[in-house]
Structures are given as C-alpha cells and as structure tokens.
Design a binder for this molecule. Structure first.
Ligand SMILES: Cc1cc2nc3c(=O)[nH]c(=O)nc-3n(C[C@H](O)[C@H](O)[C@H](O)COP(=O)(O)OP(=O)(O)OC[C@H]3O[C@@H](n4cnc5c(N)ncnc54)[C@H](O)[C@@H]3O)c2cc1C
Length: 91
C-alpha cells in the first residue's frame, strides 16, 4: 500500500519484494562548527581519515565523497584506526 505524500492518495502496488530507501542526510548537525563539513553535511577528511581537528577522525559513509559501500567503509575504518593509533602514540 503506497501513500502519495504530495496529495495523500492511497494505492496498491503488487510487488515481490521491497527495498527501503532511508535517505542520504548525514547525522552531523551536532558537528557543525566543530569539524569542516561539505555542503551536504559530510565530514571532510584527508586520505588518512584525519579531520582538521587533531585526534578526530572520520570513516565510512559519513565522509565527503564516500562511495557508500560497506567494503569502502570498512577500509576507511582500518585507515582511521591506524591513524588514531599513530596519533595516540605521538602524545
Ligand atoms: C538499503 C541499503 C542497502 C545497502 N546495500 C549495500 C550493498 O549491497 N553493498 C554495500 O557494500 N553497501 C550497501 N549499503 C551501504 C552500506 O550499508 C554502508 O556503506 C555501510 O553500512 C556504511 O558503514 P558506516 O559504518 O560508515 O555507517 P553506518 O553503517 O550507517 O553506521 C553508522 C552508525 O552510527 C550510528 N550513529 C549515527 N549518529 C550517531 C551519534 N550521534 N552517536 C552515536 N552513533 C551514531 C548509527 O546508528 C549507525 O549504527 C546499503 C545501504 C542501505 C541503506
């Protein structure tokens, strides 16, 4: 059962499966003024997942220009973890 959000009409559509699209707005509003965000709210990082704030790293879909795939997010996470380890070791 579908609801047209423009005019409220209800209709039925026969399908074999449903993929839910949850939107693409990153939950980064609380970081505004703390980290540099791009025009869509994604966090800008270096290739080492560093932000402009030493000790704060970002990885995965939340990053500017992320390809938004699980394997890329996992790779980002590995890089961020190594960068964080290096940062902590430098203190
Ligand atoms: C419907 C759908 C289908 C997909 N299909 C594929 C696919 O087939 N193959 C593929 O490779 N990728 C797919 N993806 C993309 C994949 O899911 C993402 O690339 C991956 O999950 C990104 O991982 P992430 O850790 O960066 O972010 P997420 O998995 O989104 O994890 C972020 C986590 O942070 C939490 N969070 C958010 N805000 C806060 C906060 N303020 N404090 C604490 N926690 C917070 C969230 O609740 C969430 O648990 C799909 C995504 C969707 C939505």
């Amino acid at each position: 059962m579908l609801k047209n959000t423009q005019n409220g009409t209800i209709s039925l559509l026969a399908v074999d499966g449903v993929f839910v699209a949850i939107g693409l707005i990153p939950n980064t509003e609380y970081l505004r003024g703390v980290l540099p965000l791009d025009e869509w709210g994604y966090i800008v990082t270096t290739e080492l997942m560093e932000t402009t704030v030493p000790g704060i790293f970002a990885a995965g879909d939340i990053r500017h220009n992320s390809v938004k795939q699980a394997i890329a997010a996992a790779g980002d996470g590995a890089v961020a973890a190594l960068s964080a380890e290096k940062f902590v070791g430098s203190l």
